[in-house]
Design a protein around this ligand. Sequence first.
Ligand code: DX5
Ligand code: ZN
Length: 221
Amino acid sequence: MTTYRIAPSILSADFARLGEEVRNVVAAGADMIHFDVMDNHYVPNLTIGPLVCEAIRPHVQVPIDVHLMVKPVDRIIPDFAKAGANIISFHPEGSEHIDRTLQLIREHGCKAGLVLNPATPLHILEHVMDKLDLILLMSVNPGFGGQSFIPHTLKKIAAVRKLIDATGRDIMLQVDGGVKIDNIGEIAAAGADTFVAGSAIFGKPDYTAVINAMRAELAKI
Ligand code: DX5
Ligand code: ZN
């Protein structure tokens, strides 16, 4: 049976009350905290860095899943590991040497993930599958919360699911962007097991109600 994980993205949280926000969302049933790092260079937006990761770390026991939308990426990886990140993923466009960056993440004691934008082809995965703990498929173009899910991602999810199953390894297949109660079921049916949701959770008054409704949809698969 598939283990499904819900990863609320704090991009849509109230940053003035971030400690309380992450505690509340974990109490509501979040399996991990998705931490979006944007640099106003690789993506046209600027968010949060290692200091904020360090600040929320004592507030939650669940893994902190850092999604780096930065270029270049290597310099900042040790800082996030020190700040308490558990999973670090990056976009291949942000690294000159993808294999080296994946090793760097693992050397710092974190799980390593590669992130593919909607237009990034899957062949980039071919020679690094053994160094991946997570594959993140973007279902929107990165940079902003609250965008709509791009439907052709479903086919891509199914293709990556086959690649993962062929390895026999336990690689998380995460989807990020426009995930809601009403589409999480088809995303899971396509083969995803880890779901990032920002505005669908933090945009709503009752986090428990949303996460329970998502789990109810996942239970139907
Ligand atoms: C987009 C970020 C996402 C974003 C998702 O670049 O990587 O994690 O916060 O937000 P929603 O769920 O609102 O699409
Ligand atoms: Zn993200």
